[in-house]
Design a protein around this ligand. Structure first.
Ligand SMILES: [Zn+2]
Length: 266
């Protein structure tokens, strides 16, 4: 279950199944609790937009404090809608925060190192959280429609198995707030790609228009990789439907900030 928490004016989601392990600090930010204005109000975690960099850095400070993470150690992804899964070590601490982002392509981050907080960013794309309770491995993956078709979630699980000897039955997975079937209208070309890859239930007709269900396609990938259905927690929260609390690219025609997924092994 995704639970909405409020602490010192900051709202963020946590995943109860992850919380119960006691192995991680984690959270998914909302728009509430930051210092940014207008379409970035207020907890914007997106650099390289009209929001001044010092505001964005201050937002990272606030959310890190709230989640009990060391702001200076955050490791940011480099999201380019590809399927590169980057292994993170202590030497990456501060990537994209205290120093320039050194990654060229990293839509997913994975680590077995404690005290290194991973960060991925969203505004409608699908946030994926993974935790191997037995081996002590975490991963975050950014699964937009292209990443979903490239099966970045499934590839992340496969990398956990290969590099860390994870067993699928030990992995908890969670699907965070993202645009849901109710609002993810796509053209016939994209619908066709999903139907070819995931079967007819991945794209549903709403009148004349196709709507894609990325979360269902992702759930199928994860169960295919062996993760038990009961280990997968789907928030079923739509960013478009809840755009006063969450940033939605579609709802705002791109005039928006970014939400962040954060996770660290303790
Ligand atoms: Zn919706």
């Amino acid at each position: 279950m995704f639970k909405l928490n409020r602490k010192n004016g900051v709202s963020y989601y946590t995943i109860t199944s992850f919380e119960e392990t006691g192995l991680v600090k984690h959270g998914f930010s909302t728009r509430e609790g930051g210092v940014s204005k207008d379409c970035y109000a207020s907890m914007n975690l997106r650099f390289n937009c009209a929001d001044p960099r010092e505001n964005v850095l201050e937002n990272y400070r606030i959310i890190s404090d709230t989640l009990g993470m060391d702001y200076k150690k955050l490791v940011l992804s480099k999201q380019v809608h590809e399927d590169v899964i980057r292994t993170v070590t202590e030497s990456d601490a501060g990537n994209g925060i205290t120093r320039e982002n050194a990654f060229t392509s990293a839509d997913a981050l994975i680590t077995d190192k404690k005290g290194i907080p991973l960060v991925t960013l969203y505004a409608d794309c699908v946030p994926l959280f993974f935790l191997d309770k037995r081996q002590g491995v975490i991963a975050l993956a950014h699964s937009g429609w292209k990443g979903t078709v490239k099966r970045i979630g499934q590839k992340t699980v496969e990398k956990m198995k290969k590099d860390y000897k994870s067993r699928a039955e030990d992995i908890l997975a969670a699907i965070g707030p993202s645009i849901q079937e109710c609002h993810f209208e796509v053209g016939g070309d994209v619908a066709r790609i999903f139907i070819d890859e995931f079967g007819s239930s991945a794209a549903v007709k709403y009148g004349e228009k196709y709507h894609v269900n990325m979360q269902r396609a992702i759930t199928d990938q994860l169960t295919e990789s062996g993760i038990p259905r009961e280990n997968i927690d789907d928030s079923a929260i739509c960013t478009y439907c809840n755009s006063s609390l969450l940033f939605s690219h579609r709802k705002t025609n791109g005039q928006r900030g970014n939400l962040g997924a954060f996770m660290e092994l303790v």
